[in-house]
Design a protein. Structure first.
Length: 324
């Protein structure tokens, strides 16, 4: 992975490059930002740059043995922790940290990448904290998270934090088209729905929900003049699995955003679902500004709760009962 393969986030790239070229790399970074914007890619690009045997001006070569091993996930001095069934337990951290005490096998750096670091239990976070407080030399921690507020303050305080924001739709579409070997036009719908998150766009391309988008939106918008029972029946019929729930959440977020934009008098060109602008405007007129705000607020409240108690159906119920 090279910096050239990471779209956007130029400020973060500059910070990382300056730290590396001046040999003033801190022992721990916290990469925080929305899910799917490229935080993990940046972490791997940075590690590749640090261990590259033939790096050039501002990037790794991508061809040397170290670069190829990082790309293949076989670099001996890189350990990656990721949630198992949604959680990172203390045993996972205890198994990963002892190797950091030894000299690098390939060198010159060792790295522990904790993906979705917010999934660490409190015990796991405290176990990681012990090593963060007394880091071995030439050791780099990178904590990647979409929910930094969930992490203990003691862990966050020992990291240099870099924020990653969403990307323009045009950049997401170009990235997705390049990675999937499709036209930019084919990638545009997924890019628009992703709300600036390439990871989401790629997942949407693999989801049947993208093909069902118009039908989903049409059915949802018809609920404006339906009673509570019919609305809750719709909630029962969607998001039957964890994967479906995640994709449905992406689509619902885009729709609620569009309803708010229409209620605020914004033009159709700003909508994610521009091809459904007519029905969306009709819906916004039926529920009114207060109804649009109530539905969006219900979703945001549910979204915040999902950090601690994932329940897609409950979030959907709140939204459907939020508008009148």
């Amino acid at each position: 992975m090279r910096f050239a393969e990471v779209v956007g986030h130029e400020h973060a790239k500059d910070v990382l490059l300056r730290a590396a070229t001046r040999d003033r790399v801190p022992h721990a970074f916290l990469f925080a930002g929305p899910e799917g914007v490229g935080k993990r890619r940046m972490a791997l690009a940075f590690l590749s740059y640090l261990v590259c045997q033939d790096r050039g001006d501002g990037d790794s070569c991508g061809q040397c043995r170290s670069c190829r091993m990082v790309d293949a996930g076989t670099f001996a001095d890189l350990a990656v922790l990721a949630p198992e069934k949604g959680v990172i337990k203390i045993d996972n951290v205890r198994e990963a940290t002892p190797r950091l005490q030894f000299e690098p096998l390939v060198g010159p750096w060792k790295c522990l990448l904790i993906d979705d670091a917010h999934a660490m239990t409190l015990e796991a976070a405290n176990a990681a904290l012990k090593t963060l407080e007394e880091p071995p030399s030439r050791t780099l921690f990178v904590l990647v998270t979409a929910n930094p507020d969930v992490l203990p303050r003691t862990v966050v305080s020992r990291c240099v934090s870099l924020h990653f924001g969403s990307l323009p739709t045009t950049e997401v579409a170009a990235l997705v088209a390049r990675e999937r070997g499709i036209s930019v036009a084919e990638a545009t719908d997924a890019a628009a729905l992703s709300r600036g998150r390439p990871g989401r766009a790629l997942r949407l391309l693999d989801s049947p929900l993208l093909a069902e988008r118009r039908a989903f939106i049409a059915t949802f918008l018809e609920l404006a003049d339906k009673g509570p029972d019919e609305r809750l029946k719709f909630s029962d019929d969607v998001a039957s699995s964890k994967e479906d729930a995640a994709d449905t959440a992406i689509l619902l977020e885009s729709l609620l955003q569009d309803v708010l934009l229409v209620a605020a008098g914004r033009p159709d060109a700003e909508l994610c679902n521009r091809d459904m602008a007519g029905p969306i405007r009709t819906f916004a007129e039926q529920v009114g500004v207060e109804g649009a705000i109530a539905a969006a607020t219900a979703w945001l409240d549910g979204d915040a709760l999902r950090r601690y108690h994932p329940d897609a159906r409950a979030a959907m119920d709140r939204v459907l009962l939020g508008f009148r």
